[in-house]
Design a protein around this ligand. Sequence first.
Ligand code: NAG
Ligand code: NAG
Length: 212
Amino acid sequence: MALALAHKSMILTTLIALLGGAVMVHGSHRKLSTSDNVVTESGVFPSNGDFFTFTGFRGGLSPAPGETAFKTAFVTDFPALLDLGISCSLMYFQPQGVLAPHYHPQGSKLIYVMEGTLTVGFIDSGIKLINQTLQAGDVFVVPRGHIHFMVNFNHTQEAKVIFSFSNSNPGKIDLPSNILGAGIPQFVLEKSFSYYKDEIQQILGGPPANSN
Ligand SMILES: *[C@@H]1O[C@H](CO)[C@@H](O)[C@H](O)[C@H]1NC(C)=O
Ligand SMILES: *[C@@H]1O[C@H](CO)[C@@H](O)[C@H](O)[C@H]1NC(C)=O
């Protein structure tokens, strides 16, 4: 066993030595490590504290009034996460800032509110809205693949939150842009949403389409 491991590690060391500079590892999502180097899909890195540190959240974020801003620390931004099954992002919500309905196909999400208050909702499989207004210090979980949204309803205070994901690359499917901006034929959209025309009228502020 020890011999087999030593042999494997020798092969990896040789492989890494041969790989040299910015060489991709194809056909494997595993991170290869020796005492000197770490090989990921985005290159070969010295195995040291810098490799295991993400500095992209320094200085925070500056969303425009009424808007939001975020930065991700996914495996694409932070190669050390490869194969670890975790990642995170930082997000700030100005008063009235909204994170539109979306879902993460590959990961559940924990929301930790550092400052301010944040209203969050997700839709469970029975088309039921599960919602909450979170205070600073609260943690909320959105199960993988569930459509969710967030909004800062406070008129004066910015909300600052950290998201943690159960995947190093959780993915994100944004619903407004994917449904309305992807070129789905107008006939398909009209027929799909026609069953909800009264609800759409109500959202848009007019009377129900069939009332007169
Ligand atoms: C949750 O949603 C319901 C229905 O829209 C609403 O009445 C309630 O105020 C919401 N609760 C929170 C905490 O936002
Ligand atoms: C907004 O946040 C401030 C500061 O925390 C708080 O005093 C105020 O009550 C909040 N307003 C609403 C409408 O929640």
